[in-house]
Design a protein around this ligand. Structure first.
Ligand code: FES
Ligand code: FES
Length: 161
C-alpha cells in the first residue's frame, strides 16, 4: 500500500507492507538515522519521535497507522528554536548526551515543555524516564530541563513584545 504523511514539515509518501514498523521506514526509506532501533519493544527510548505532537516509540508502531499524520524526528526538530533552547539548557547544566540518548532526551523535553512551561521536578523525571541514562544524575537532568524552560520562556516573551 502507499502511505502518505507529513515528515519534518514535508508531504511524503512511501510504499509499505502491513508488517513494516515506522522506525524501519524512517531509517531505511527516508535515511533518518538520528533515531535508533535497538530494543524494538518500546523500552529503550532510542526510536522516539513526535507523532501529532506526542512522544511515541516508532519501533512498536506499524507504519501504515500514521497515514495523514505529522511526524517530527530529531532531524526536523533540530531546525527549530526550541531545539536550541534545549541544547543550550542541557549544556549550561552539564547534562550528558550521546548518540544513544540525545534524540530521546531532547524530544522528551520538547514535548514536556509544550504542555508545561514550568514543569515540576517530578514531572521532569517522569518524562525523562523514557530516555534511560546513567551518565547524568537526576538533579542535573532536572536543572537542564529547567534551564531549557527558562530559555524557551525568555525567547517567547521577547518574540511577543
Ligand atoms: S527501539 Fe527501543 S523503544 Fe524503540
Ligand atoms: S549520555 Fe547517552 S546514555 Fe548516558
Amino acid at each position: 500500500m502507499t502511505l502518505s504523511f507529513i515528515l519534518n514539515g514535508e508531504d511524503v509518501s512511501a510504499r509499505v507492507r502491513s508488517v513494516d514498523r515506522l522506525s524501519d521506514l524512517l531509517r531505511e526509506h527516508f535515511g533518518l538515522l538520528g533515531l535508533q532501533s535497538d530494543c524494538r519493544g518500546g523500552r529503550c527510548g532510542r526510536c522516539l519521535i513526535m507523532l501529532g505532537g506526542r512522544l511515541v516509540p516508532s519501533c512498536i508502531l506499524p507504519a501504515f497507522r500514521i497515514r495523514g499524520m505529522e511526524v517530527v524526528t530529531i532531524e526536523g526538530f533540530s531546525q527549530t528554536d526550541e531545539y536550541q533552547d534545549i541544547v543550550a539548557g542541557f549544556k549550561s547544566a552539564g547534562v550528558e548526551t550521546c548518540g544513544f540518548c540525545d534524540s530521546a532526551k531532547i524530544l522528551a523535553t520538547a514535548t514536556l515543555l509544550e504542555r508545561r512551561t514550568r514543569p515540576t521536578n517530578a514531572e521532569i523525571l517522569e518524562q525523562l524516564s523514557v530516555a534511560p541514562c546513567r551518565c547524568t544524575d537526576p538533579e542535573t537532568l532536572v536543572h537542564g530541563v529547567q534551564a531549557a524552560a527558562e530559555r524557551r520562556a525568555r525567547r517567547l516573551y521577547h518574540r511577543a513584545r
